[in-house]
Design a protein around this ligand. Structure first.
Ligand code: AHR
Length: 332
């Protein structure tokens, strides 16, 4: 595979190599494919960070798809900080890339920089996470999962799994990054479903920032606050936080998956291993392998083809009984 066109290693927001050929003769997003001397489409991609197994798989998928000779990738890791993403986006604009793609760490605060991209005539493709903007023309399309539906799916699993009981079900929730689309939407979808059934109550809810370390730390605090017998269910917005929490539950002398039922989101390999070991009850799939679809969208955007405002990804729900069979098939 051609690997000479990505300057992800050396690229820093505001610095790094110049894009060969600069802005090219035609405006961005038109039919021109001669923005670089060798005809490649220059893409500036700003990634959230490396906070989870999901993100690592997503980064790999994007880099592999955009390693094709028709692209020249400028990759920037924002380390979960919006200010780093804004700097990266401004750097992409200054360099005159053909297309900007990014996964916004949080939903709000993008209007100004997206207006700058629009003024420079550079199309913006959102991947994975959405933004909250008053003017939808500030981005071309969003490719990603339906996070509200993922929250609903987790809750539906819980309702089904609780059908034998009339007793109250005390839930603790590990939220993702505060202000991020998946945290906001998964919480909303989950609450929508459990809110219809008076047995369910969320007794504690706090952010674990989508990381294992934070998931463990916050679960320890939940256990301390609620006591060994005070929690029936953990809903974690991603598998990594659930895996961290499993450790905290075990260290508290409890059996994860039995004493505390656990449902999380992503469907990464680590979650399947935890399900196989009986420690996690269910995971709702969130597919990170967006690279090939993103590459096609970039081709289309660059060729000036019309695109739907939203491109969704197909996903399922997996439970413990399917873990051992499904594990060898997992690609992330
Ligand atoms: O935006 C997708 C979410 O971000 C994934 O569920 C989580 O694991 C990641 O960090």
């Amino acid at each position: 595979m051609h690997r000479g066109r990505s300057d992800e290693e050396g690229f820093e927001a505001g610095g790094g190599d110049a894009v060969r050929g600069g802005l090219g003769a035609c405006g961005k997003g038109g039919n021109d494919t001669t923005a670089t001397k060798d005809g490649a489409i220059t893409v500036g991609f700003s990634q959230v960070g490396a906070e989870s197994e999901w993100r690592t798989a997503n980064t790999r998928s994007v880099k592999e798809a955009l390693a094709a000779p028709e692209f020249k990738l400028k990759f920037s890791d924002a380390q979960q900080k919006q200010e780093n993403q804004i700097k990266a986006l401004r750097s992409f604009i200054a360099r005159g890339v053909d297309v900007i793609a990014f996964s916004p760490v949080v939903e709000s605060g993008w209007e100004t920089v997206l207006r700058e991209a629009k003024a420079a005539n550079i199309p913006v493709v959102l991947t994975d996470r959405g933004v909250d903007v008053s003017d939808e023309s500030l981005f071309t399309t969003l490719i990603g999962s339906d996070f509200v539906e993922e929250g609903r799916r987790a809750a539906r699993w819980l309702v089904e799994d609780s059908k034998a009981t009339t007793a109250p079900v005390r839930i603790v929730e590990l939220q993702g990054t505060v202000g991020s689309a998946p945290a906001i939407d998964r919480m909303a979808g989950f609450k929508e479903v459990i809110g219809a059934d008076p047995r369910f109550a969320i007794v504690r809810s706090q952010s674990g920032d989508f990381t294992r370390a934070k998931g463990k730390e916050v679960m320890e605090a939940f256990l301390k606050a609620e006591g060994r017998d005070g929690i029936d269910v953990l809903f974690a917005h991603n598998d990594d936080m659930a895996i961290g929490a499993i450790q905290a539950i075990e260290e508290a002398g409890l059996k994860p998956g039995e004493d505390i039922r656990i449902v999380s989101i992503d469907g990464v390999r680590g979650a399947f291993e935890a399900m196989k070991a009986g420690k996690l009850n269910a995971t709702v799939e969130c597919n990170p392998l967006l690279g090939p679809q993103l590459a096609q969208i970039i081709r289309d955007v660059h060729a000036g083809k019309p695109l739907p405002k939203r491109v969704e990804v197909e996903e399922g729900v997996f439970t413990r009984d399917k873990a051992a069979t499904e594990l060898p098939n997992r690609k992330y």
